[in-house]
Structure formats: structure tokens, C-alpha cells
Design a protein around this ligand. Structure first.
Ligand code: ADP
Length: 399
């Protein structure tokens, strides 16, 4: 008898990421991969397993074609009967969802109500849910929200100082994202440091192409750097993070930029790319900065300065700072940016252990600080595992 499995699905506008996760403690997916360019003539799906990597054309297929191909592939491997539930990543749960939920028609309607808050993300997430319910009608399906972990924030942390009517009428407030990763990594940090579940304070820095940091007090998010959208806060690959809103008004008037021009500039031309005038990729910037490229150097400096500044601000929502944990592609691999950030956290008394910092790359987790002061850690995030765990628990409770 095969081990039972949970299928994790993450649907984007033209992509579908998937992972088939064992329900037992084994953490590595049995199968994972990505369908890309869905809807285009060169749509394809790539499967990764212990047998290697395999790419197939989807002949211009859409999300439904991709999911059908995936289900057939799972069936051919003799694994379909072992799949017990499907977990879906959903980006925006607004104020409707405080935790992961079993999907029914009411849940779908509520996710639809949140779509205006994330018009590029929620509709493809819903499409994935609809197609999966149609193709796998016998299986319980669970929605896991990027925003849900941050619903514990208090009004003082989530309100903007705008006229309250915009919160009441349009839901304009801070929601925060990357919640599944922040939840996983804060649990791991607590476990690794044997912190008291009811008395701890941690700041998590999730640094990938998108980047956000969260203050976690006694297991709950109390403040985070992203806001109504994932544009607020830290410097990201191509996103600006915090900017004086007055600068946008100024540019609209002075450079005659439209709302669309500003949106495009802030989301796609800014961040590490905009500052360096070279690349949004941290690895490239590190290589070029080492050779003396001034743009690459200033981009990394602004990234580290902003990160340290916002970590400092987040810590003010805690009773005590026990640890700062780095995760995401940059957090897990860039010993340079971790060093540059920790050096800027001097007022907290964190001391970097250089040798330990150099060792924590390519998925190796560990403590990278010395014996005194708050700890600094690297933890490899695993959002698929968190989605699978929630899905399994909710599916089991529903039977
Ligand atoms: P996403 O948010 O798309 O999931 P990732 O978490 O994969 O992104 O992070 C991508 C970022 O991680 C890129 O900027 C990449 O350059 C950076 N990165 C990956 N490996 C390294 C490395 N060895 N050194 C520095 N940066 C790295």
C-alpha cells in the first residue's frame, strides 16, 4: 500500500505550481513541478521526482489542461488513489479568513469578494480551485491564505492614517503577505531555540523576489512590512517597497506619469533592479559589487539599510527580541546580505558568528550568531509543507 499524499496547488495567471506531499512525517515531495505559459502555444508542464525531470508540451492548453495532464501523470505513476486531499494557496483572504478553511461554495464566494484586493492573484487561485473540484470531486479541498497569519494584528498596526471612510468603504488597511512562510519559519525558530510558546519575540525576514518581515509575539503576527498590497516595506527584486507617497504625486505632476506608469514603475522597474540599473537578481549584484560596480553596491546597501531599519521598527511590537530569522532565496543563501544587515542591528546587541553564517547556504538551517544577545538564524522555508499540513488536518477533521 502506498503512503497517503496531499496535492498542493499554487495557480498563477499563466502558471500552475504543484507538489505531491507525503502525509507522513517525510517532508520531501514525491512529485513537484510547474506548468508554464498556460494559454500560449508553447505551454508546457515539467515534472520533478526522484527519477529526474521531465517536460511535456501542453499544446496551447490552459489551467484545466495542465491539471488534467498532472492528474493523468499521477495516475500513471499509480499514486492517484493515495491522494487524500488538495490544498490551494490563495493570496488574499482580506478580513474574511483568519486561518485555512475547507472549501465549499460559501468559501468560494468569500474569496471572490476579496478579489478586488488582489485582482492579479485571486482570480487565477479561484480558477485552480474550480478546476481541481471539477477534476477531483471526491477529495476535500482546502484554501490556505497568504494573509491569514497576519489577521492577529491590532488596528494600531494595520490601519493607515487615512480618512477612516476608505477603510470602511474599500477595505484599505494593511493585510500583510507571505503568512504561510512566516508561520512555518517562526514555528521552526521557536523549536530550534526551545523558546517558550507563550513568551517569545521573533522577527522573521522572508527575502525572495518579493520580501517582507514580520514581528511574531507568542506565535502570533503582531506587525508586518507589507500592506494592502505586496508593494509596501522592504526593497524587493523589482518592487520599490516604502516610498514617500508625495514622490508619486510629484512625479505624476512633474514627469506627467499616469497611474499605470507609476504602477509599472513601482512594481516592475524599481527595487534592486531600479537602484542598480543592472539586475533584480541578488546573486548577480553580489558578483558585480565585488568587481566594483557602483550601482550593484548601492542597491545592496539600500536593501540592507531598509531591512535593518524595518526590523528595528517591528521589534517595537515585541516585549523582547529573542531572534531574527532569515529565510527565502536571499535570506537562505546570501551570507553577505545577512552580514550587512546584522552589522546594522548593533543597538540590539546581536553578534554575527562569521563561520556559522558562511555555512548556512543552499538549504542548511542554523544559528549564525554568537553566545550573547539575541540570536540570528537561517531557516529554509517550506510553504508547500505548511499548506500540506493544514490541508491534512482540516481534511481529517472534516471526515
Ligand atoms: P521567490 O520570491 O520568487 O520565491 P526566491 O525565494 O527563490 O524568490 O528568491 C530569489 C532571490 O534569491 C534572487 O534574488 C536570487 O538572486 C537570490 N539568491 C538565490 N541564491 C542566492 C545566492 N547563492 N546568493 C545570493 N542570492 C541568492
Amino acid at each position: 500500500m502506498n503512503k497517503t499524499l496531499t496535492l498542493v496547488i499554487n495557480c498563477g495567471s499563466s502558471s500552475l505550481k504543484f507538489a505531491l506531499m507525503p502525509n507522513e512525517s517525510g517532508e520531501d515531495p514525491v512529485l513537484s513541478g510547474l506548468a508554464e505559459r498556460l494559454g500560449d502555444s508553447d505551454a508546457s508542464i515539467t515534472y520533478k521526482s526522484s527519477e529526474g525531470k521531465k517536460e511535456e508540451s501542453l499544446n496551447g492548453g490552459d489551467h484545466a489542461t495542465a491539471l488534467e495532464a498532472l492528474i493523468n501523470h499521477i495516475d500513471q505513476k499509480g499514486l492517484l488513489a493515495s491522494v487524500t486531499a488538495v490544498g490551494h494557496r490563495v493570496v488574499h483572504g482580506g478580513e474574511e479568513f483568519h486561518k485555512s478553511v475547507l472549501i465549499d461554495d460559501k468559501v468560494i464566494a468569500a474569496i471572490e469578494r476579496c478579489s478586488p484586493l488582489a485582482p492579479l492573484h485571486n482570480p487565477p487561485n479561484l480558477l485552480g480551485i474550480r478546476v481541481a473540484r471539477e477534476k477531483l470531486p471526491a477529495l476535500p479541498q482546502v484554501a490556505v491564505f497568504d494573509t491569514a497569519f497576519h489577521q492577529t494584528m491590532e488596528p494600531q498596526a494595520y490601519l493607515y492614517a487615512l480618512p477612516m471612510e476608505y477603510y470602511r468603504e474599500y477595505g484599505v488597511r494593511r493585510y500583510g503577505f507571505h503568512g504561510t512562510s512566516h508561520r512555518f519559519v517562526s514555528d521552526e525558530t521557536r523549536r530550534m531555540l526551545a523558546l517558550d510558546p507563550k513568551d517569545h519575540g521573533i522577527v522573521i525576514a522572508h527575502l525572495g523576489n518579493g520580501a517582507s518581515a514580520t514581528a511574531v509575539k507568542n506565535g502570533e503576527s503582531v506587525d508586518t512590512t507589507m500592506g494592502l498590497t505586496p508593494l509596501e516595506g522592504l526593497v524587493m527584486g523589482t518592487r520599490s517597497g516604502d516610498v514617500d507617497p508625495g514622490a508619486l504625486v510629484y512625479l505624476a505632476n512633474r514627469a506627467n506619469m499616469s497611474i499605470n506608469d507609476l504602477d509599472n514603475m513601482l512594481n516592475r522597474k524599481s527595487g534592486l533592479l531600479g537602484l542598480s540599473e543592472l539586475s533584480n537578481d541578488c546573486r548577480t549584484l553580489e558578483e558585480e559589487a565585488a568587481k566594483g560596480h557602483p550601482g550593484a553596491k548601492i542597491a545592496l546597501d539600500v536593501f540592507a539599510h531598509r531591512l535593518a531599519r524595518l526590523i528595528g521598527g517591528l521589534a517595537m511590537s515585541l516585549d523582547r527580541l529573542d531572534a531574527v530569522t532569515f529565510t527565502g532565496g536571499i535570506g537562505e543563501n546570501s551570507s553577505l546580505l545577512r552580514k550587512m544587515t546584522i552589522e546594522r542591528l548593533k543597538p540590539f546587541g546581536i553578534v554575527l558568528d562569521d563561520a556559522a553564517n558562511e555555512k548556512c547556504v543552499r538549504g542548511t538551517s542554523g544559528v549564525i550568531s554568537g553566545a550573547t544577545g539575541p540570536k540570528a538564524l537561517v531557516v529554509a522555508t517550506n510553504e508547500e509543507l505548511m499548506i500540506a499540513r493544514d490541508t491534512l488536518a482540516i481534511a481529517n477533521a472534516s471526515r
